[in-house]
Design a protein around this ligand. Structure first.
Ligand code: NAP
Length: 245
């Protein structure tokens, strides 16, 4: 039985991870900003078999609440074994191009607030020499593209940060898992036309839980995105800058 803190627990992908952990009988502490949604998810996890479920309503852009939310989770479960950070917003690229404020707000939500949490969690896990930190990045962070480089650059920051953190914490027996999904059919992508590359959130959730169980470093979900992104990364700039993607 694990003590799992889910930050961004109302995300569709995180909700499916929580279902797996609840069925396993884990203790769960859920953080998100929508209280009604959180309560509904918590009630569902109790029915599924979670040992305990507690909720905490926080807008994660309020950085001054991060220390308190981590302490509350530790107190509620008498420790934390696994943290999943899963919140985010899909930036409106066109609006960001017209507004510095909008661009920085997106970087704040998708990178800086996550980095604040990672810094605090890392120090706590390093001190107790155990724990697993799992963070949702994205294939979008592998190479900036005209259609979504604000979101992509925030995710690139998260990927680079977790890479460094993984090296730093290795000697302290702390695992850092970076998840890079491709296209996932969730509320975040509700306005997109779906095609053959798309997967459902429960598919991604199963891969996340498995990656945590196996202490994996970085995974693409589904795994074929590794090959797609290798091709994207290897495309010479002289060609890449003329492509539309
Ligand atoms: N869907 C994809 O294709 C895809 C691909 C690659 C990576 N990802 C990443 O996977 C993660 C989960 O996304 P998802 O697809 O499951 O999307 P989702 O269902 O739309 O969930 C996004 C969640 O983030 C929460 N959130 C946003 N800003 C927040 C804030 N300031 N404070 C607290 N919560 C906040 C939202 O809360 P509210 O409901 O209250 O707004 C929502 O619960 C994200 O990091 C996303 O970038 C998704």
């Amino acid at each position: 039985m694990k003590k799992v803190l889910i930050i961004g627990a109302t995300s569709a992908i995180a909700e499916h991870c929580g279902r797996i952990w609840a069925t396993r009988g884990d203790e769960l502490y859920l953080v998100a900003r929508n209280e009604v949604h959180l309560q509904t998810i918590a009630a569902d996890y109790e029915v599924r078999g979670a040992s305990s479920v507690a909720i905490n309503c926080v807008n994660l852009n309020e950085l001054d609440r991060h220390v308190d939310l981590l302490e509350s989770a530790e107190n509620a479960m008498n420790g934390v074994d696994v943290v999943l950070i899963a919140y985010g917003t899909l930036s409106n690229q066109k609006e960001c191009e017209l507004s510095v404020e909008e661009t920085l707000a997106e970087i704040q939500t998708n990178a800086l607030s996550t980095i604040s949490l990672l810094t605090l969690i890392a120090n706590r896990f390093e001190a107790k020499k155990s724990g697993t930190i799992c963070v949702m990045s994205s294939v979008a962070g592998d190479r900036g593209r005209a259609s979504n480089y604000v979101y992509g650059s925030a995710k690139a920051m998260v990927t680079a940060f977790t890479s460094g953190l993984r090296q730093r914490l290795h000697k302290s027996n702390v695992t850092v898992v970076t998840i890079k999904p491709g296209f996932v059919d969730t509320p975040m992508t509700s306005e997109f036309k779906k095609g053959f590359l798309w997967v459902k959130p429960y598919v991604v959730a199963a891969s996340i839980v498995q990656a945590i169980n196996k202490n994996r470093a970085e995974i693409y979900v589904p795994s074929f995105w590794w090959l797609i992104m290798l091709c994207v990364k290897l495309t010479p700039s002289i060609v890449f800058k003329k492509m539309r993607m």
